[in-house]
Design a protein around this ligand. Structure first.
Ligand code: NDP
Ligand code: BG6
Length: 505
């Protein structure tokens, strides 16, 4: 059957006002505005006619300037072409309020929203997107609350708040942020973004696992030897040293994006596709990952910084010589680690995670390595590579299964071959951007693709056990790797058992 089974229609979202705080910033222009434009102008055109987008920031800008800025963002960063007729309609939705900072200024915002709602005879459905530096989050939520812009979930209309990563810089600060948010908001009103969860290929992980009967039978410690999750980035720290040199790969990528991938790979089948059941099943994975002891940190975690090297035809300097990086920085640009999910399904199966900047290629993947063949029949004299299911998150989205096959001929020669699905060839459609998906879900009020407070804290608990050791040890134990390679040798030598190696994603 090659008929499409439509389980849920993409529906028109309810009319609402989307307030973007930090609208003058990078995230708003590179991701949020282009995503809203696509929702308005591509495919089913899902934004309701009356929906308005109110950019707010401290910077002085006229509405015309904001619209020009937005158009530029769409032209440069959207994967949908800018069409004049669509742009005209979208531009009319854009409003901008500058000087939004003091508690009084939030009353201007309130008046503006009420004006918009009255003009369109709209219910007061409001979304507040905090595209702000993390330190501003709690103060802004308080100001939104104190100005009477949000109300409990049972009130008229809906009011929702979207919070970006990073949620905190360690376990204590993450707990404080969650507590602060809960002072003003019900958990059902909080949408914590992890943009990896909006990627098509990440959303497909559930479908692949639970929409096919063949995988569930073998998705366990009896059949799986180990799992490798790689998120490799080509770019160095670039212009983000101010943030990155205080974060590092473990906080920036592992605590959030990589742990979210891990939960989707390791979770039990949820009892339904409802948000509560899916998030509950993911949470159980995090509950089964124990923080590491200092000895385990030494044996199971490798951290490194890049040194000068060639990346994509350009020369990158040593990380320590990048602009904005402290010359004695102990921030890792690469981390690789081994962990275990201590439950019945995964007992004894190592999960290897690695991520870094300035690596050989941009490539994210999850590779499921099945157990090797017993040394009989075809593998009696020569060991054969085990089957690997390689889920390519990006780029070249798709997945492949390596199997052993007979090479045609009168002799008996066998070799691994790839069964490969490429999204581009198979679906021939534009892949929605992650933020497009996530903004759509915020508007429909579905929390499945968002992270709840316990998930945030559970993953910090694990990461904290590593940070504590690193803090005590400063730069001791920091490895290096030339920019443009796959990372330090220690990631292989220290973590991988004899017959195992990182695969190129
Ligand atoms: P920016 O540095 O570009 O800041 C966004 C805007 O916030 C600025 O334009 C500024 O506007 C305002 N701002 C800056 N400092 C403060 C402050 N102390 N108080 C209130 N407002 C302030 O950041 P990004 O847009 O890159 O990121 C926003 C958030 O999204 C951050 O939490 C970041 O970690 C997260 N994020 C960003 C990603 C990206 O691709 N950029 C990806 C994933 C997460 P003004 O001065 O005009 O008020
Ligand atoms: C962000 C990190 O969350 O994710 C960045 O802060 C990283 O450092 C980015 O580059 C990677 O996202 P993507 O979608 O490009 O893989």
């Amino acid at each position: 059957m090659d008929e499409v089974v439509r389980l849920a229609e993409a529906e028109q979202v309810p009319p609402c006002s989307i307030v973007i705080f930090g609208a003058s910033g990078d995230l708003a222009m590179r991701k949020l505005i282009p995503a809203l434009y696509s929702l308005d102008c591509c495919g089913e055109r899902l934004l309701a006619e009356e929906t308005m987008i109110v950019g707010c920031a401290r910077r002085q800008m006229t509405i015309e300037e904001f619209r020009r800025h937005a158009r530029d963002g769409i032209e440069r960063f959207s994967n949908a072409p800018l069409r004049e007729a669509c742009w005209e309609r979208f531009a009319a939705r854009l409003d901008y309020l500058s000087g939004i900072e003091s508690p009084e200024s939030f009353h201007h915002l309130k008046a503006r929203l009420e004006q918009i709602e009255a003009a369109g005879a709209l219910p007061p459905n409001r979304i507040f997107y905090l595209a702000l530096p993390p330190e501003a989050i709690l103060e802004w939520v308080k100001r939104i609350h104190d100005a009477g812009l949000i109300w409990p979930p049972q009130g008229r209309g809906f009011s929702r708040v979207v919070v970006e990563k990073p949620i905190g810089v360690d376990l204590a600060s993450a707990m404080a942020i969650n507590q602060g948010l809960h002072q003003y908001l019900d958990e059902s009103q909080i949408f914590r973004i992890d943009h990896y969860l909006g990627k098509e290929t990440v959303r497909n992980l559930l479908v692949l696992r639970f929409g096919n009967s063949i995988f569930e039978q073998i998705w366990n410690a009896h059949h799986i030897d180990h799992v490798q999750i790689t998120v490799s980035e080509l770019e160095g720290v670039g212009t983000r040293a101010g943030y990155y040199d205080h974060a590092g790969a473990l906080r920036d990528m592992v605590q959030n994006h990589m742990f979210q991938l891990l939960t989707l790979i390791a979770m039990e089948p949820p009892v339904s596709l409802g948000a509560e059941d899916i998030r509950g099943a993911k949470l159980n994975v995090l509950r089964a990952i124990k923080p590491l002891t200092p000895e385990e940190v030494h044996g199971q975690v490798v951290r490194a910084q890049y040194t000068a090297g060639h990346v994509d035809g350009r020369v990158l300097p040593d990380y320590l010589k990048e602009q904005g990086v402290a010359p004695d920085s102990a921030t890792e640009t690469f981390v690789a680690l081994k962990l275990f999910v201590n439950n019945w399904r995964w007992s004894g199966v190592p999960f290897y995670l690695r991520t870094g900047k300035a690596l050989a290629r941009r490539a994210s993947s999850v590779a499921i390595h099945f157990k090797p063949l017993p040394a009989i029949l075809f593998a009696e004299r020569h060991s054969l590579p085990a089957n690997v299911l390689n889920l390519r998150i990006q780029p070249d989205e798709g997945f492949s299964l390596s199997v052993i096959a007979k090479q045609p001929g009168l002799d008996l020669s066998i070799r691994p071959v790839q069964m490969n699905l490429q999204y581009e060839r198979e679906f021939q459609a534009r892949l929605p951007e992650a933020y497009e998906m996530l903004l759509y879900e915020v508007m429909t009020g579905d929390q499945t693709l968002f992270v709840d407070s316990e998930m945030v804290e559970r993953s910090w608990r694990f990461v904290q056990s590593i940070l504590d050791v690193w803090r005590r040890e400063g730069r001791n134990g920091m490895a290096t790797y030339p920019a443009g390679t796959w990372g330090p040798e220690e990631a292989e030598e220290k973590l991988m058992p004899n017959q195992c190696a990182w695969i190129e994603p």
